[in-house]
Design a protein around this ligand. Structure first.
Ligand SMILES: *Cc1c(COP(=O)(O)O)cnc(C)c1O
Length: 343
């Protein structure tokens, strides 16, 4: 079998959730958008529900059906994009709680589904989703009469603890929600780490659950093992891969492994990528192809059957840095070709 294996450690995922949960006095939800950050929303949500999570967040109503099926009717599923045209049946049938982003969405919601649960999303400066202060002042009393179940906003710079934006957004969120009886939520993973004033009633961690920065103490959740298809000897002066970007400077042994940029091993990682045989690192050489990568195994002294890529020394964040991106993008790019195994 040539497909690479993606092993997802659900016990580590749950320990990460618990570790973030004990940092606060409030409810810890779980963000499972984008198919659980690429790791499989139904398996992830079911494991977290068993570990105690009672509330999940998805980006779009379409993402919620797998989650509802996985967790049953008890837990609340909140939808960041709110109540979009065409969502009414899904919201009703799956029992979703849209996070309403505008007066238009509020009207759509109360007209289509009077009495159905909803939350409110406020914009405190990120200018992405939610009602701005002026719109909220106009809508607030109407919204309050309809009993929203949660009111939230999102921090733009929470992974930079010293950024002045954090305190600004905190103050505005407090001002905009003062006197409300509704439970409040401001913190994602980064916000949890900023300290208790950011916690309010519900936190919404995502990336930290899956082992990524800014939760530095997170346990790795994803492990990738890539089979070796073939090994060969390469003479000094010969080249490996597209565009001849690597030339052997000595007689070398080169392994060709079965994964590439179509598997989320972004081409820009290039030569910064290490492949691990046990604890021994071998460098990727030449261009990363769609389905294959060359590995210099000369110094190993043997031909391995497979390599790992995610280890304590090479995390999703190390790989992200090598590709000029963030761990979130590495996780969500891992793609569908892997043989997935949950442990
Ligand atoms: C993605 C997202 C989260 C989770 O953020 P992490 O940084 O992954 O913890 C929380 N809230 C909102 C609004 C989001 O879009």
């Amino acid at each position: 079998m040539a497909t690479a294996k993606l092993t997802i450690d659900l016990a580590a995922l749950c320990r990460n959730w618990q570790a973030l949960d004990v940092m606060t006095q409030c409810e810890t939800a779980a963000v499972v958008k984008a198919d659980g950050y690429g790791l499989g929303a139904s398996r992830v949500a079911r494991a977290l529900a068993n570990a105690g999570a009672r509330r999940f967040f998805v980006a779009a109503a379409e993402e919620a059906s797998a989650v509802r099926e996985a967790v049953g009717t008890g837990p609340e599923i909140n939808v960041f994009s709110g109540h979009m045209a065409g969502d009414t049946d899904m919201i009703a049938d799956l029992g979703l709680t849209p996070m309403i982003n505008s007066l238009d969405q509020l009207l759509r919601h109360v007209e289509a589904l009077p009495g159905h649960a909803f939350g409110i999303q406020l914009d405190t400066g990120m200018n992405r989703l939610g009602m701005e202060p002026a719109e909220w002042s106009a809508v607030r009393s109407i919204a309050e009469d309809q009993n929203p179940s949660l009111i939230m906003s999102h921090l733009a710079c929470a992974d930079e603890p010293d950024h002045p934006m954090n305190a600004q957004q905190l103050q505005l969120f407090r001002d905009m929600t003062q006197g409300l009886q509704t439970p409040r939520s401001l913190a994602a993973t980064g916000g949890i780490l900023l300290g208790s004033e950011y916690h309010f009633d519900v936190t919404r961690p995502g990336v930290g659950l899956y082992g990524g920065f800014p939760f530095r103490d997170a346990e790795p959740v994803a492990n990738v093992s890539i089979p070796v298809i073939q090994c060969r000897d390469v003479q000094a002066g010969e080249t490996v891969g597209y565009s001849n970007t690597w030339t052997a400077t000595r007689p070398s042994r080169v392994a060709t492994i079965s994964a590439g940029y179509a598997d989320g091993l972004i081409r820009a990682m290039g030569a910064s990528l290490d492949l691990f045989y046990g604890s021994r690192a071998c460098p990727a050489i030449g261009r990363i192809s769609m389905d294959m990568i060359g590995v210099d195994v000369t110094d190993l002294g043997e031909d391995p059957d497979a390599f790992d890529i995610l280890t304590k020394d090479q995390t999703v964040d190390t790989l992200a840095a090598a590709a000029g991106t963030i761990g979130y993008e590495i996780l969500t790019s891992l793609g569908a070709r892997y043989t997935r195994r949950y442990v």
